[in-house]
Design a protein around this ligand. Structure first.
Ligand code: SF4
Ligand code: SF4
Ligand code: SF4
Length: 289
């Protein structure tokens, strides 16, 4: 059994319920697996957000909740002396709250900055995947596969953006979600298996708006927009919505994309865009055939 959390950025609405549940569980409450989490300055469930888009016409926020990834080959474990960090048979990586005292190198070793330094206790600290609760026969949680307890953050997520379970069981909900999703490894952890699996992390979007001919001053609803990547031949299709807007997400980075806009009774429109960054390509006015 290999325990893990799948985190779906597409479903995350940055409500911070997971962050708050983690604080509720771990602040002021230490166990054999972790000292109490300080209220301020530590983000065991770190909701990482950034702004996307390059014009005032289309700005979005990307949200990637990021706890410790419980890596297959943990850099923190390599940096820890005297067994101060270890991996359990279920894959959960733990920093020992006694043995790790004074070992600041464990904080510096983590490539995704998921370990925090507790100045008062002189201790590195991070997400335990709530192992102390999973081990507790008296802990009851109300979500997940039958018979499975889940971490507090997973239970708290109102949008099921977090799913916990056995990564090795193909019948588990987590395995199914991962099989259906778009898996994105965090760049510093590329190439290694992790207990935390990120799904649907945004890459690049292109967007635009289609109008009927200028004299009509109306947005065009239902125009077909086809994008084709010159290098890979991949293609994507969408339609303009009630505001005449179109948008295609999860495009490959740094590619040239051919855009074709089609609407019955009007001339096709062709243009090209690069996917170096998210952007609003153009306002397009159709011409009658
Ligand atoms: S994400 Fe960082 S703290 Fe967590 S297991 Fe990997 S190296 Fe260690
Ligand atoms: S698994 Fe537990 S310790 Fe880790 S972020 Fe979620 S609530 Fe916090
Ligand atoms: S609780 Fe769920 S939806 Fe809210 S921030 Fe966390 S992962 Fe996102």
């Amino acid at each position: 059994m290999r325990l893990g959390i799948a985190i779906d950025s597409r479903l995350c609405m940055a409500c911070y319920c997971c962050f708050t549940a983690c604080k509720d569980e771990h602040c002021g409450h230490g166990t054999a697996l972790s000292a109490p989490q300080p209220m301020m300055g530590q983000f065991w469930m770190d909701i990482r957000e950034w702004e996307r888009g390059d014009s005032s016409r289309r700005i979005k926020t990307a949200t990637v909740p990021t706890p410790c990834s419980h890596c297959g080959e943990p850099a923190c474990l390599r940096a820890a002396k005297d067994g101060a960090a270890y991996k359990r048979p279920d894959g959960i990586v733990i920093i020992d709250p006694e043995k790790a005292k004074g070992q600041r190198a464990i904080v510096d070793a983590c490539p995704i900055h998921a370990v925090y330094w507790n100045e008062e206790l002189s201790l590195p600290q991070k997400c335990t995947m709530c192992a102390e609760l999973l081990d507790d026969p008296n802990y009851l949680s109300h979500l997940g596969d039958p018979g499975l307890k889940v971490p507090r953050c997973v239970e708290a997520c109102p949008n099921r953006a977090l799913v916990f379970g056995d990564l090795d069981d193909p019948e588990s909900e987590i395995a199914k979600r991962i099989a259906e999703g778009r898996v994105t490894q965090l760049e510093p952890l590329l190439g290694q298996e992790t207990g935390v699996v990120h799904l649907n992390v945004p890459t690049v979007f292109l967007a635009g708006t289609v109008y009927y001919p200028k004299e009509e001053e109306e947005v065009c609803i239902g125009a077909k927009v086809r994008l084709t990547c010159e290098e890979t031949g991949e293609s994507w299709e969408t339609e303009t919505n009630y505001f005449g807007d179109w948008e295609v997400e999860w495009l490959p980075k740094d590619k040239t994309i051919q855009i074709e806009i089609l609407h019955e009774g009007h001339k096709p429109v062709h243009c090209t865009a690069r996917t170096e960054s998210d952007h609003y390509v153009a306002m397009t006015w159709l011409e009658k055939e």
